[in-house]
Design a protein around this ligand. Structure first.
Ligand SMILES: [Zn+2]
Ligand SMILES: [Zn+2]
Length: 288
């Protein structure tokens, strides 16, 4: 049996539980079906207790910890030994100011094999956006800009509302929008609008979750050269790829370390992007 077949067989015909109450199975299930894994969704799971996008609950820990907690909760509820969860974070791109981006990760925890594998994607394909308005017309203009009504919006009095403030979530039709904004304008003289980033109200985000799941499947097929277990993934990147013009080290990766979780074997490979020198445009000396 080849390494690929071995990795494939570890997950084939197994059932994993996906921790979601936002219909993320629509994005994740078809991707995992390609490798023969079935997905169930527990009914009695409240993922909101781990943090919400809409302010009521602050997220506990970082993005990966939050995903792990959800997957573990779903496994505990169902008794299954394979758990999955996804977690998104939205903000501005680290190197391109004012460009919104969506970082999605999907974690797979396999108790049978004692493995954890994380798929991830950072995409600028997102409608993530917010705006303060004082008229109904500007509220409708914002909604149109962010893909409403196929994409939902959320309305509240201000960006950081006081506890107990009205928060209108999952607005997906115009009369709901008009009612919510009219009420906020009447009570507060303004409304803070933002895109609803919960997966079931955001088809653009759903696509990025599918891409992160595809990355997970790719990593599930990357096997350790020593023991053959899947999840032989990059754990460390070393910057310093030299500039093609002046040889000064740049911020681009020079080397990447892959490590096996099972046997701890690791290997360092140089020039992970297949190029031995960086474009001088990326050099802080040639292009300050
Ligand atoms: Zn290994
Ligand atoms: Zn240079």
């Amino acid at each position: 049996m080849s390494r690929d077949e071995f990795a494939h067989n570890l997950f084939h015909n197994r059932t994993g539980v996906l921790a979601t109450m936002h219909r993320k199975e629509q994005a994740i299930r078809p991707v995992l079906a390609q490798i023969g894994m079935q997905i169930v969704v527990p009914e009695a799971l409240n993922t909101d207790e781990f943090g919400t996008f809409t302010r009521e609950v602050e997220r506990t820990g970082d993005q990966l910890q939050a995903a792990r907690l959800k997957a573990e909760k779903a496994m505990a509820l169902t008794g299954l030994d394979l758990g999955l969860a996804s977690e998104g974070s939205f903000g501005h791109h680290s190197s391109i100011p004012f460009l919104a981006c969506d970082r999605e990760l999907v974690v797979l925890i396999d108790r049978q094999q004692d493995l954890e594998i994380v798929g991830q994607v950072i995409s600028t394909d997102t409608n993530y956006s917010q705006q303060q308005v004082t008229t109904l017309e500007s509220a409708i203009a914002f909604a149109q800009k962010v893909g409403f009504p196929s994409h939902g919006v959320v309305a509240m009095p201000e960006a950081h509302p006081l506890p107990g403030s009205p928060i209108f979530k999952g607005i997906t039709d115009e009369s709901q929008l008009v009612d919510a904004v009219t009420e906020l304008l009447r009570q507060f003289g303004q409304a803070h609008l933002e895109t609803d980033m919960r997966a079931m109200h955001n088809p653009t985000r759903m696509k990025v979750i599918a891409q992160a799941t595809q990355d997970l499947v790719t990593k599930m097929s990357q096997c350790c050269p020593q023991c053959g277990y899947p999840g032989f993934t990059a754990v460390e990147r070393q910057a310093g790829l030299p500039c093609a013009l002046c040889q000064f080290p740049t911020a681009l990766p020079l080397a990447v370390t892959h490590r096996c979780q099972k046997c701890d074997f690791s290997s360092v490979s140089y020039f992970p992007n297949g190029q031995e020198f960086a474009d001088p445009a990326q050099c802080s000396y040639c292009n300050p």
